[in-house]
Design a protein around this ligand. Structure first.
Ligand code: GDP
Length: 444
């Protein structure tokens, strides 16, 4: 998602931090570039305007421009303002109501509503230990109810038995009754979608709402549709009332405008983001982490959370300790490469690591796909254990041997060693830092 915006903003801000003193016109010039970058990212114009005005007002303040590090301070102001624009605090799904708590899912057809319903139900079941009942209210598309049932079976979540011929309101009523009788904590209603918003859909949503009295009404919107998603949220909110938004397809190469403007335009929080087709490709929307990601500071907290879901705790703790000590060796790299697939591939991981934007570009340029990852693991496996722990032992003759052993060129071996060096250096730096990463590691 935010790649090109991230590149642009990091570029502008890098320039600012490299200079000693800043004048008001330096800041104005930088803000013009920030403005252009946000507009290109498809952020709603009023949001862009308000953003740059606020940053400029704070940045040209006496204490900033006269400070020892004006550039860094401007970066901090941009960061803070981004966080504010994104909604400040994370707003998780609210289940604080008498059981069964009803979550009504609304949105257009194809937005990912059913998939997201399944993802949320799975998470509430597995992570939060809630007893969840899902029901499809989509009586229009014959396969819709069946689709949800299959999702439920795949993810170990109960679905309301299908009874042909019932109206959405009847199904909603039946779901609420079944949930009360069955001792469920949460009921998820997957409502029908349409290609476009139309009057009958809005009427149906209002009726379902009345019948089920949902505690959360989540609009599922496709992030790739940019400002259309924002307009959709506004329309749904006016007619049905929504409590939050789930943006899907955040794994796509959209420009990010929907995620960036949603909160500021609609006043409703983005609660979750969908990051893939798989049942666990769902993340909480943390404004500060997203801002970190956009400004090239990475998102180490999300990365570690994701890793924690995949790694066992022992491995994760060991890895954290190694990262902290800066003793990240080739064994660890091999381990990471192997886990990479699970964590959403190389670009998924690298995109979340602080300061990796530039390295990631090199990796992309090196065409680092899964085949390459396999080859890299093979290279590491061809080394002796001592070499894996101390890569500096790899002299020319050994590199040749290892290259032959793993069926690659010496250049590939060199590339791998270089990548490892860069990652290890970066981790060492992060380990020393008292920033987000330092805090995080302290807490682990
Ligand atoms: P619905 O009509 O709104 O219920 O949409 P579906 O849940 O059937 O999803 C439509 C398609 O989008 C399916 O192929 C999903 O796998 C896909 N999809 C849903 N969420 C995401 C996401 O976050 N990322 C990606 N890449 N695909 C998604």
């Amino acid at each position: 998602m935010f790649e090109s915006l991230s590149d642009r903003l990091s570029g502008v801000l890098d320039k600012l931090t490299k200079r000693g003193a800043l004048s008001e016109s330096d800041v104005s010039e930088a803000m013009r570039e920030v403005r252009r970058a946000l507009i290109e990212a498809d952020v709603a114009l009023p949001v862009v305007r308000s953003f740059t005005d606020k940053v400029k007002n704070r940045a040209v303040g006496q204490e900033v421009l006269k400070s020892v590090t004006p550039g860094q301070q401007v970066v901090k102001i941009v960061h803070d303002q981004l966080v504010e624009m994104l909604g400040s605090d994370a707003k998780p799904i609210d289940l604080d109501a008498p059981a069964p708590v009803c979550i009504m899912m609304v949105g257009l057809q194809g937005s990912g509503k059913t998939t997201t319903t399944g993802k949320i139900a799975r998470r509430l079941t597995e992570r939060d230990r809630r007893k969840v009942l899902m029901a499809s209210l989509d009586t229009r598309r014959p396969a819709a109810q069946e689709q949800l049932k299959v999702l439920g079976e795949q993810n170990g979540v109960d679905t309301l038995p299908i009874i042909a011929g019932q109206t959405p309101v009847q199904i909603a009523n039946r779901a609420m009754t079944a949930a009360k009788l069955g001792g469920y904590d949460v009921v998820m209603l997957d409502t029908a979608g349409r290609i476009h918003i139309d009057e009958p859909l809005m009427v149906e949503m209002a009726e379902v709402r009345k019948a089920s009295n949902p505690h959360e009404i989540l609009l599922v919107a496709d992030a790739l549709t940019g400002q259309d998603a924002v307009n959709l949220a506004t329309a749904f909110d006016e007619r049905v009332g929504i409590t939050g938004i789930v943006l899907t397809r955040m794994d796509g190469d959209g420009r990010g405008g929907a995620a960036l403007s949603m909160r500021a335009v609609t006043g409703k929080p983005v609660k979750l983001i969908g990051t893939g087709e798989k049942a666990d490709a769902l993340e909480e929307f943390h404004p500060s982490r997203i801002a970190d990601r956009i400004l090239g500071m990475g998102d180490i907290v999300s990365l570690v959370e994701k890793a924690a879901q995949e790694f066992d705790a022992d491995k994760a703790a060991k890895m954290a300790a190694k990262m902290k000590k800066g003793s990240f060796d080739l064994e660890d790299l091999a381990e990471q490469l192997k886990q990479m697939e699970k964590l959403g591939g190389m670009s998924g991981i690298m995109g979340m690591m602080p300061g990796v934007g530039k390295i990631k570009k090199q990796l992309d340029a090196a065409n680092l796909d899964d085949k390459v990852v396999k080859r890299q693991v093979a290279i590491i496996q061809s080394m002796t254990p001592a070499e894996r722990r101390r890569p500096e032992l790899m002299k020319a003759s050994r590199k040749k041997r290892v290259a032959r052993g793993s069926g690659v060129d010496v250049a590939d071996v060199n590339k791998l060693l270089k990548m490892h060096r860069q990652m290890a250096d970066m981790m060492k730096q992060m380990g020393k830092g008292k920033g987000l990463f330092g805090k995080l590691m302290g807490g682990m």
